[in-house]
Design a protein around this ligand. Sequence first.
Ligand SMILES: [Zn+2]
Length: 469
Amino acid sequence: MTQASLLIRNASAILTGLRGEGERHAGPDIRIVDGVITAMGALPPQAGERVIDARDCVVYPAWVNTHHHLFQSLLKGEPQGLNLTLTPWLAATPYRFRASFDEHSFRLAARIGLVELLRSGSGTVADHNYLYYPGMPYDGSAILFEEAEKLGLRFVLCRGGATQTRQLESELPQALRPESLDQFLSDCERLTKRYHQAAPDAMRRVVMAPTTPLYSMSPEELRTCAREARRLGIRLHSHLSETVEYQNAARVKYDRSPVAFCGEYEWLGPDVWFAHLVKLNRDEIGQLGATGTGIAHCPQSNGRLGSGIADIPALEAAGVPVSIGVDGAASNEAADMISETHAAWLMQRARRGELARSRAEGGVREGGADAASIEDVVRWGTAGGAAVLGMNAIGTLEVGKAADIAIYKLDDPRYFGLHDIAIAPVASGGRPSLRALLVAGRVVAEHDAIPDLDLAELGAAARAAVKAL
Ligand SMILES: [Zn+2]
């Protein structure tokens, strides 16, 4: 499926996803052979080589989204949950609609979410799917892999689920009952055997991902999961410390902090990453860093639900691998990576600014504009994502890496007048049109269009499905 030799020519700017000196590359050309970047610099075209003209375009590594719930792509702006915080929102929106999904609506939701991400320049999507129950009439896992494969995206299935229910689920119908631990583990093993590729340039991965450590399983079951995942050679993922309610619950149930609890049950390490991590104390940040446990930072969802803003500079300084996730669209009406990274850039600066105090109050700083640069945010959304997923062949633009490359054409007035167009996609936000998106060297979108995809038709199907739900 890969193009034998392909040349991206005359890029106006290249951000690489690397840190420090290498974070920009002068290019202006990138050669790709058999899906791998083989040269960067001033490269004359070779005979028979396919050329993509990137004049007036900005080139980034394709984004790596590390936390999502694709089924929620038909639950955007749902009125009953729109103005609620996490716990009541869970009952009002995602859990209320769980039983309403059938094979058709689940597939449609997955397609919408993946298309939305692809059009923002994402090449890899990790989906935390927790829509499983005993006797389900369709195979959601297979649908997710199929839909991602059709679009040419790398897909990481974080197999969610629960053996216990929260109070708010306890009165829900049969279709929402939890699985047994055996059902959960045997399905993780089945999926791993069927889909999981261990290679650093995998197109398909499986991750064990009970929905939330504090509520989904007993502590002993969590430990069993951690050991089983490591036996299978797959990673661990979950939600953690999204709001203060995690701190409250961990204290009441286990008399310790959420991170300390996870450490006790073998849920910390370089093969684990958590979504959110908004509410942490200093010890928890230190423990996450010391163990190399990663984060999927989800600023828009955390903003939408009023949860707070994770302290990303402190986490990164402690040694935590930082990545970006859009989270489900039921709590993020802009579940694309451009909106998400734009929000990350602004919110990290706003967060630090919030901590500024006058001199009379002992303050020393005016604001927080040094909290995150555009290059930091690009690195989190690309190389950081590859790191938490353990997919080290992607995430940066360097010779030897897989050619997962987003080429943005800045043809909207939003991008006119910029002194440094390299920063445009993240600094200006919006949706820069895609000159092309490459995944493993294969062109999956070109001139802002996805082959064989009719967006008007997809929109009409979405409207009908929302009505039916
Ligand atoms: Zn989530």
